[in-house]
Design a protein around this ligand. Structure first.
Ligand SMILES: [Zn+2]
Length: 69
């Protein structure tokens, strides 16, 4: 998928790249599997993970997130 060709699913306007920061741990990260019942640091061990990037529609503000390898 060419990033420059993304268009908004709602209004077909152009999308610009960005990210959604996590206030305590930097950038948002996607983890494989079910969410743990408690969020201790150990839940991250051995899990596949990808940094989340988000595209924003320049016209309506719609957000679309990707967790690419
Ligand atoms: Zn839009």
């Amino acid at each position: 998928m060419a990033e420059s060709q993304l268009s908004c699913l709602r209004c077909q306007s152009a999308m610009e790249i960005g990210f959604v920061p996590n206030p305590t741990h930097g950038q948002e990260v996607w983890f494989e599997g079910a969410a743990p019942t408690t969020f201790r640091g150990s839940f991250m061990i051995g899990k596949k993970r990808f940094v989340v990037i988000a595209y924003r529609c320049v016209a309506c503000g719609y957000l679309e997130s990707y967790a690419r390898p």
